[in-house]
Design a protein around this ligand. Structure first.
Ligand code: AMP
Length: 499
């Protein structure tokens, strides 16, 4: 099936052909005709499915086919855009995604350009004010900085005809819900709304219920479902030997270039430094890096000048890196769904990919949760010389802030870093997480500390030390997955960096 039947204008079809796309992806096939009709849309699609083109292409067409609905005078004429209205607002969780989506607008609009600009935090305000004054029809923005512009009167959202929430689940995870609601209040009531989300939590459904008017629903699986194109393997390893093992995999040629995931910014920095000391060209990319540093790191990686790009979940989300041969989970994510997102970074465009997870004894429960989600076991391969020491007991996973303060793993019930997690149903993820080798909680007692941390008080010992070998306990039932998704500390910081 080609793009021709979707109802797109010749300039857009040519731009798509320029990119070498021959067939629409599933989400493009379904969403483009629906968006062209002006209907609201709820789309379940994650990065890698071609979702960006699925909304950018029909939006560009609608901009050309219709005249602006807002012939209203603009507020604060001295400061806000003089004369032309913003017609399309795309909200995204991260600056990287803002840049990439806006680049897609330029790419797909190359044959018939539309003015657009990205708006995101962490960079100067004035250049954005100038870009807004130039009168973009499309603004791709992170919520915090957008609200700053709204507060300063440097943006007028009164003429928005189409609103897109891209990666809405991630925006909610990052705590943007209040900002989103404030932005919604600034938009005209009559508009088309498109909501894209990889997952559908209750919170997303509530947002969708309030936002969308009788939406069409499109649900697609990623182009490369994990089972298809991505070879997955778990290398069991001691917690203190992960870096050594990663260096070994690179130096032995097993891994040539890889995107490596850590849980925290601090961990990303430290790993990149340690790899550099091992003689491996590595860089870290995360929310505390300046925009310039991130762009440079990504460019070096894409050009093959950097072997290892260490990234946090948030920073890596939406990064458009083609033909990535390897993804390494240096640390498993606290949220099983993130595993699927991470490994979706490889195996794209029909190419083989390789997802390697370095798993220590503390992460056994996280691994089981991932396998439950996948519905299958991931093959385990012990790397000779890195056999796990079975006498090592699991410890709670500590999440650290950028300055290295531990914010998890403290006394039971302690709030991470003294910050109240209250008010957010998901705050529990910051609490210590037990490796899951033993029944960590005695039912009814609610003790979140691992048995191993409480010697001598009658807790059971780990049933079988070193269970990361192929002999595994049975998969937990789906309902056993425990922790509700929450905000990782890195995400909280990234959210602030949005301003
Ligand atoms: P996205 O899901 O929007 O992040 O897109 C993932 C990648 O798929 C991007 O690198 C796009 O350039 C690419 N892509 C989008 N649509 C197509 C298509 N129809 N055929 C081939 N590649 C595509």
């Amino acid at each position: 099936m080609s793009f021709d039947h979707l109802g797109l204008m010749p300039e857009l079809l040519r731009a798509v052909a320029d990119q070498g796309y021959t067939e629409p992806t599933a989400v493009q096939n379904e969403a483009i005709p629906l968006v062209l009709t002006g209907r609201d849309l709820l789309a379940g699609a994650q990065t890698g499915t071609g979702k960006t083109a699925a909304f950018v292409l029909p939006i560009l067409q609608r901009l050309h086919a219709t005249r602006p609905t807002a012939a209203r005078p603009l507020v604060a004429p001295g400061r806000a855009a003089a004369g032309r209205s913003i017609r399309v607002l795309v909200l995204v969780p991260t600056r990287e995604l803002a840049l990439q989506v806006e680049e897609s607008v330029r790419t797909y609009g190359a044959r018939r350009p539309v003015r657009s600009t990205p708006i995101y935090g962490g960079v100067g305000f004035d250049p954005q004010v100038r870009a807004l004054r130039a009168g973009p029809a499309i603004v791709v923005a992170t919520p915090g900085r957008l609200l700053d512009h709204a507060g300063q009167g440097t943006i007028d959202l009164g003429g928005v005809e189409v609103l897109v929430l891209d990666e809405a689940d991630r925006m909610l995870d990052m705590g943007f819900i209040r900002d989103i609601r404030r932005i919604l209040a600034l938009l005209p009531a009559r508009r088309q709304n498109l909501l894209f989300s990889a997952t559908f939590s209750d919170e997303i459904r509530r947002l969708a219920d309030g936002l969308l008017d009788r939406p069409a629903v499109v649900q697609v699986t990623p182009r490369n479902t994990t089972a298809e194109l991505v070879r997955q393997v778990v290398h069991p390893v001691d917690r203190e030997r992960k870096r050594e093992l990663l260096s070994h995999l690179v130096r032995s040629g097993r891994i040539d270039q890889a995107l490596v995931f850590t849980r925290t910014k601090h961990g990303a920095n430290r790993l990149a430094e340690q790899l550099a000391r091992d003689g491996i060209v590595a860089a870290a990319i995360h929310g505390n890096k300046s925009q310039g540093q991130r762009v440079r790191a990504l460019a070096d990686f894409k050009a093959g000048r950097t072997a290892i790009l260490v990234a946090t979940e948030v920073a890596a989300r939406g990064l458009d890196i083609e033909a990535l041969p390897h993804v390494v989970n240096y640390e498993l994510s606290m949220v099983p769904e993130d595993y699927v997102h991470r490994i979706g970074r490889t195996g794209r465009a029909g190419m083989d990919g390789d997802a390697v997870s370095l798993v220590c004894v503390d992460e056994a429960k996280l691994l089981r949760d991932i396998e439950t989600l996948l519905g299958r076991r991931i093959p385990v391969e012990v790397v000779p010389g890195f056999e796990p020491d079975r006498s090592i007991r699991p410890e709670p996973i500590r999440l650290r802030t950028g300055d290295g303060r531990a914010i998890g793993g403290g006394r039971p019930g302690a709030r991470p870093g003294g910050r109240a997690g209250a008010g957010r149903p998901s705050a529990g993820r910051s609490a210590p997480v037990h490796g899951g080798f033993v029944p960590a909680r005695r039912p009814g007692i609610g003790n979140p500390r691992p048995a191993s941390a409480r010697p001598g008080i009658g807790n059971p010992r780990p049933a079988a030390p070193g269970q990361l070998t192929p002999v595994r306990p049975p998969l937990p039932r789906l309902g056993d997955r425990g922790q509700a998704p929450a905000v990782l500390p890195g995400e909280r910081l990234a959210r602030r960096a949005d301003r």
